[in-house]
Design a protein around this ligand. Structure first.
Ligand SMILES: Cc1ncc(COP(=O)(O)O)c(C=O)c1O
Length: 352
């Protein structure tokens, strides 16, 4: 009844979305503020008759809006059902096990090895430096790899590489192998590499509406790269599902991307709360990594990460713990509102 392929799969485990009680949810890097108010106004007057028709398989309006916002052409933009799907299509389109291993950091987004196994791509994990930074030089010593992927800022560490480091990597790596920068969290203080796509035809940037745009429930992501890379993603999409982004998702995405003032204001609040929370946790004696994302990766020396996670959960606070050697003393804490983070800090002071 089941394929051999399916039986060998080890799926990605998403963060908990428990329905049993109300938690303070600081475990999946969701945005604590609502999406743009323009979306509410739009939905109130949306004519549902329009849903009779299939959505635009070329996403033309949304791509034009994104292109305008990012300073690229529509032909440089691809749309997906969440950025996870853009990642999945990219693994299929650009990485091939017969060309050597795909490289990514040892501690990073745990969906990458899942896609590798799914598509039969060999991979190698490159250790982080002692300070948990991505080690660009170590990537460059691997001459026969089939490509590189990492998030910037990295997840779950939150540490960001400078554009200068990315240029160094791009300049010294084969221009015939794709480098993917997953910019899921870049809006929270990192510097986007989008402006580099004209210079490097092998650079693909993946972005999402889930984090800074507060639309995780909508499932919308996008990729930006040279026309040839984007064309390859369309080829994969049209061999799998012509309509990954529904009509409402495309319309709402186009509205969200236009409301820059609103999104700047909520992003600024999250950054301020993160920097405040970082100092407070340090004051309480935690070891906290410097973050440019909407989460903090931190450890309380002497207390295993799993214990922190369980004790907080018992008090109605969810954080993310990874049972992985090397980072299992850490927990990843999403930045909520200032009030939520104060509540977290109060509980932490009581528990530990
Ligand atoms: C680094 C990274 N990339 C991509 C994603 C996928 O986000 P989405 O599929 O919601 O766009 C996540 C989700 O948490 C992430 O942490």
């Amino acid at each position: 009844m089941f394929s051999e392929r399916m039986k060998k799969l080890t799926p990605y485990i998403p963060g908990e979305q428990p329905q049993d009680r109300k938690y303070l949810k600081l475990n999946t890097n969701e945005n604590p503020y609502p999406p743009s108010p323009w979306i509410k106004t739009f939905l109130k007057s949306f004519d549902i008759e329009k849903l009779r028709l299939y959505p635009d398989p070329l996403f033309q309006n949304l791509r034009a809006k994104i292109a305008q916002g990012c300073g690229v052409q529509s032909e440089n933009v691809f749309i997906s059902n969440g950025s996870d799907e853009a990642l999945s299509f990219s693994f299929y389109a650009f990485f091939d096990s017969c060309q050597g291993e795909l490289l990514f950091p040892e501690f990073t987004y745990s969906f990458y090895p899942v896609y590798c196994d799914f598509y039969g791509i060999k991979y190698e994990k490159i250790p982080l430096r002692d300070d948990f930074r991505i080690d660009i030089e170590a990537f460059l010593t691997k001459k026969d790899s089939c490509g590189i992927i990492f998030p910037n800022p990295n997840a779950p560490t939150g540490i960001c590489l400078s554009i200068k480091s990315l240029i160094h990597l791009l300049d010294n790596y084969s221009q015939d192998r794709v480098i993917i920068i997953d910019e899921a969290y870049v809006d929270f203080g990192g510097e986007s590499a989008v402006s580099l796509i004209d210079r490097y035809r092998n650079l693909l940037i993946i972005k999402t509406f889930s984090k800074s745009m507060s639309l995780a429930g909508l499932r919308l992501g996008f990729a930006i790269g040279s026309k040839e890379l984007i064309q390859a993603l369309f080829t994969v999409k049209d061999s799998f599902n012509s309509y990954p982004a529904g009509m409402l998702a495309q319309l709402i995405g186009a509205i969200a991307i236009s409301d820059t003032a609103y999104y700047q204001s909520i992003t600024e609040k999250i950054i301020q709360t993160r920097d405040y929370f970082y100092s407070e946790l340090k004051r309480l004696g935690w070891n906290v990594l410097p973050s440019k994302a909407n989460f903090i990766f931190a450890e309380k020396k002497g207390t295993p990460g799993e214990e922190i996670y369980l004790r907080l959960k018992a008090r109605g606070i969810l954080v993310r713990h990874f049972n992985v050697q090397g980072i299992n003393n850490f927990v990843r804490i999403t930045i909520g509102t200032k009030k939520e983070m104060d509540l977290f800090l109060d509980e932490v002071e009581k528990i530990f």
